[in-house]
Design a protein around this ligand. Structure first.
Ligand code: SF4
Length: 395
């Protein structure tokens, strides 16, 4: 038994997890309230290694925000702008395609595309964007810029289009004057490969009205993902933590995700998002602490026994904490990203991008085996494992 668990107040929950029993909401709250972070991490690491062994993944991807104009004004949001604002923007389809074409030279396998709820762009703009990006798959692929250890480009060069949050999908259905299922079907036919998990925030109604009044309800968020999963699609999901919610609200949020996953098995991963406090209307001064982020990742890993993966999102955590999180239940540190607006407009101090070499190094130092993954967390390329201790010690 792990040294940290032997005398821990959480030992009974460790034994429950080892026996393969599902932990209850009350158990999850107890885990959240515990100050025994080492034991909590050890339990989460046990769960993670049982699912993913000692592999930790990353993806080579690019973010594109097609516009930050939005008809809503969620209180926590630092990204949205109105047409009158000088720093609002919107991209044409050719501009988006050019950004994607440039990123293909870096070996990306995924485009992650979201925006605000634009006041006037027609539904045809979104279909055209998807089709134009999909057409890039048929262009001759450029030679790759440098890659760690001269690893070859993965066999799959499919450009996966991971686009739109649940609220954007509802907005597009309204624009198209179609049902949710009809809208998702049409987007899929145009090239949509999977949905992003953004917009979940915290599901509890009372919290939602304080941070994202006017946004879709929890039921609507879950219904978009449910219908997408029923169409054979997969998606990630998120939880925005560290603002006005309670620990019980976090458990309630995780419970609703676990229930939908029991029903559809369509989620690939949870991506907990550390709240960033700048330039918005929420009266919180500091982002979540390292302690809070690690315990949130760890409890998520233990509670979501039906989720295959858990991502430590370096944009919100910083790469240093994301690296540590690989020993607190996370098995993924997300991607290269290249250009990020949403967190940085809210005060994130992390860089705009990570190189593949930096992510591989971070994973190895954490004692894990780096794996480049695709959007579905399937391995594309496995690199040699962690560095020998003496090599790491010489630095
Ligand atoms: S969170 Fe999304 S829906 Fe809300 S204001 Fe920001 S961009 Fe608009």
């Amino acid at each position: 038994m792990n040294f940290f668990i032997q005398r821990s107040e959480l030992r009974d929950l460790y034994e429950k997890v080892v026996a393969g029993e599902r932990i209850s909401d009350a158990d999850a709250l107890r885990l959240f309230e515990s100050k025994d972070l080492n034991a909590l991490g050890a339990i989460a690491d046990f769960v993670n290694q049982r699912k993913n062994s000692r592999r930790a993944s990353y993806i080579i991807n690019r973010y594109i925000n097609y516009s930050n104009y939005c008809i809503l004004s969620c209180q926590f949001c630092s990204f949205a702008r109105k047409k009158r604002d000088a720093d609002g923007f919107e991209l044409t389809v050719p501009q988006i395609v050019e950004k994607a074409r440039e990123a293909l030279k870096l070996g990306i396998t995924e485009l992650h595309i979201v925006g605000g709820l634009h006041p006037s762009l027609p539904f045809s703009y979104y279909l055209e964007m998807l089709s134009a990006l999909k057409a890039l798959e048929t262009e001759p692929q450029p030679a790759l810029a440098s890659s760690p250890e001269n690893a070859p480009r993965p066999a799959s060069t499919k450009l996966h289009l991971k686009c739109f949050t649940a609220i954007e999908i509802l907005h597009l259905a309204w624009l198209a004057k179609k049902t949710l299922v009809e809208t998702l079907t049409e987007l899929k036919a145009a090239g949509l490969d999977s949905l992003t998990g953004g917009g979940a925030e915290i599901f509890r109604k009372e919290v939602r009205s304080k941070i994202a009044k006017g946004k879709e309800s929890a039921e609507e968020y879950l219904e978009v993902h449910r219908q997408w999963h029923r169409l054979g699609g997969r998606s990630t999901c998120t939880m925005l933590y560290g603002h006005v919610e309670s620990l019980a609200d976090r458990v309630d949020h995780l419970r609703q995700l676990r229930e939908l996953q029991d029903e559809t098995h369509g989620f690939t991963a949870l991506i907990p998002l550390a709240y960033q406090p700048e330039d918005n209307e929420i009266p919180i001064i500091h982002p979540p602490t390292g302690f809070d982020s690690l315990r949130t990742l760890a409890v998520s890993r233990i509670y979501l026994d039906n989720f295959p993966h858990l991502t430590a999102y370096w944009v919100g955590l910083g790469m240093k904490l994301a690296q540590v999180a690989l020993n607190y239940g996370a098995d993924d540190i997300h991607g290269t990203i290249i250009e990020e607006h949403i967190f940085h407009m809210a005060g994130a101090t992390s860089p705009q991008l990570q190189t593949e070499a930096d992510m591989v190094k971070a994973i190895r130092e954490a004692g894990r085996t780096p794996v480049q993954r695709n959007t579905f967390y399937e391995p594309l390329k496995e690199l040699a494992g962690s560095q020998p201790a003496d090599e790491a010690d010489q630095r």
